[in-house]
Design a binder for this molecule. Structure first.
Ligand SMILES: [Mn+2]
Length: 231
């Protein structure tokens, strides 16, 4: 049995399928998704369909909330945030993939899936979260908006509190080489960002989807194979 983490698929279904072909998960494995399933990439609906199908077919999935996933939910009621989500966050791509013109027209089973996402998950010695932990709060493991949006927070880490645990997160795209370097230092540094910037094929070093096998301490990378259509 392996425990494997994925993050920031952002609608890149072909890249995700290709990464799964590499990782070859079985129904004995535990799959963890650290959020941002949607936006920017070509087929957010297909990514959600894939996750729902895996679960339906008996795979063990734990799915966490990302800021993009949350923004879609906020956009259901907040029209100002909706405009921003559609134009600046790639939410338009998500609506296109569903063939709808507003988020409330997305079928309920997808919205329910997003509503039910956890914000943080502890597994063995690992703390899994989309963006990071706010160490200025009394209990960094209590759900907090910062978990979905933090950047450049490493210097705030309370290593005494963390103990032997390691934090695995996504949200801030990093070049593949950088992730490999940090991975080698994981026992000391205890934090690993596995977002290899799948959607960001236009930026040097990015454009990969990463999976981290927490059981065997192994990284997988898949180069983006989706047709990225930047507007
Ligand atoms: Mn994010």
């Amino acid at each position: 049995m392996r425990k494997i983490a994925f993050t920031d698929i952002h609608g890149c279904i072909q890249s995700f399928e290709a990464l799964l072909d590499q990782v070859k998960p079985t129904k004995n494995d535990r799959l963890f998704f650290l959020g941002d399933y949607i936006d920017r990439g070509p087929d957010s609906k297909a990514v959600l369909d894939k996750l729902l199908a895996l679960r339906q077919n008996g795979y063990h999935l734990t799915c966490l909330m990302g800021n993009h996933d949350q923004e879609l939910l906020i956009s259901l009621d907040d029209l100002e945030r909706r405009e921003f989500w559609l134009k600046r966050w790639g939410g338009n791509k998500t609506l296109e993939s569903f063939g709808v013109d507003r988020p409330e027209a997305i079928p309920a089973k997808y919205l329910d899936f997003l509503e039910e996402l956890k914000w943080v998950h502890c597994e063995d010695d690992y703390i899994l979260v989309h963006a990071g932990l706010n160490f200025y709060t009394e209990d960094p493991l209590l759900p907090h908006p910062d978990m979905l949006t933090l950047r450049n927070w490493y210097h705030t880490t309370n290593y005494e509190w963390l103990g032997n645990r390691k934090i695995i997160h996504g949200h801030s795209p990093k070049p593949r080489e950088h992730i490999c370097e940090r991975f080698l230092a994981l026992d000391d540094f205890k934090i690993l960002d596995i977002d290899a910037g799948c959607y960001a094929v236009h930026l040097p070093g990015l454009g990969h989807l990463c999976a981290f096998d927490m059981t065997n301490k192994e990284l997988y990378f898949q180069k983006n194979t989706d047709e990225m259509n930047w507007k």
